[in-house]
Design a binder for this molecule. Structure first.
Ligand code: GTP
Ligand code: MG
Ligand code: ZN
Length: 290
């Protein structure tokens, strides 16, 4: 009998997956009902008599992190064992600030560090992202301005990504695959934006290994929901609001019109950015009304 080996899932489909073991990809079926996702470390047993790298996944090892997204109150794992989430932001397609704030809240609640990549600067005037750069820079979120297509300013980003496992998230067409390809040097098909059918849009998350980092290219999303987060956890994604909220006069302050609210005062003083505050109120209010 062939020996059990440990590897990492680099692609996951509904009932099979690709597992990387010592530089070889094994096509795997899954034994029983193990809950798996890209990034998981697993034990596999190569199939007897198979000389073309086929195996059975027997067991999943413990995860250091797990990233979920939700749709209509069902929670779905996206990836595991990641340390960072790179949120791609573009003008075309237009990425809203609420989209960024939701991803930040999801990341922080999963104990994964978010950062922002402003992409496609080649087709924009200088300082096109200066407002968002300030808003997010001021709350301690790292930002990069690049052109994935023309390989502009990639060296700082590459330095930052070293020794990390990062998933790229963002709207469809924001350039996740183009960037993954630019960094890894691997040919990855990118989406043709002139075609509404979404030719070459990414349909499954794939993990890529380079000599000093791991990157996961994920399928684009139009929106992202916080349904899987408890209402009281949303504020954790707004670290600046959380820190002022400890100074509110009443412990159950609504941070809207309650007396002695340190949060609304900080918004008035310009210590909390209005767009962040507004998104916080909309997102936490939405949860309370559900
Ligand atoms: N001008 C310009 N175009 C870019 C840049 N990065 C990506 N694009 C183009 O944007 C389109 C979409 O790029 P993709 O990399 O496929 O986008 P994606 O985020 O992977 O899209 P999905 O897989 O659908 O989520 C392609 O036509 C790219 O050539 C950039 O920095 N500048
Ligand atoms: Mg893609
Ligand atoms: Zn308050």
């Amino acid at each position: 009998m062939l020996k059990v080996q440990t590897g990492q899932i680099v692609e996951f489909y509904s009932n099979s997956c690709l597992v990387l073991v010592n530089g070889n990809n094994f096509k795997c079926k899954i034994q029983g009902r193990i809950n798996l996702v890209v990034g998981d470390f697993v034990e596999i047993e190569p199939l007897i008599g198979s000389n073309n790298y086929q195996a059975l996944v027997k067991k999943r090892l413990d995860r250091s992190s797990i990233l979920y997204k939700s749709r209509e109150n069902t929670k779905k794992p996206i990836a595991s064992n990641i340390s960072h989430i790179g949120i791609l932001v573009t003008r075309s397609p237009k990425t809203g600030q609420d989209f960024i704030d939701k991803w930040i809240a999801i990341s922080i609640n999963a104990s994964i560090e978010p950062f922002i990549i402003f992409n496609k600067i080649d087709s924009l005037e200088e300082n096109a992202f200066s407002k968002e750069k300030n808003v997010y820079g001021n709350i301690g979120i790292k930002t990069f301005e690049i052109s994935a297509k023309f390989l502009t300013h990639l060296s700082h980003l590459k330095e930052f990504l070293a020794k990390k496992t990062t998933i790229f998230v963002g709207n469809s067409g924001s350039g996740k695959s183009t960037l993954t390809s630019a960094i890894t040097g691997k040919e990855i098909l990118s989406r043709d934006l002139s075609n509404n059918q979404g030719v070459h849009t990414t349909s499954v998350s794939t993990l890529y290994n380079t000599h000093n980092m791991q990157l996961i290219d994920s399928p684009g999303v139009r929106d992202v929901s916080l349904d899987h987060l408890e209402p009281k956890k949303i504020i954790r994604g707004f670290t600046e609001i959380l820190s002022f909220s400890t100074k509110c006069e009443f412990p159950n302050c609504n941070h809207k019109n309650d007396q002695g609210c340190a949060v609304t005062e900080a918004v008035r003083n310009g210590e909390i950015e209005e767009s962040r505050y507004n998104n916080f109120i909309v997102l936490s209010q939405k949860k309370l009304n559900e």
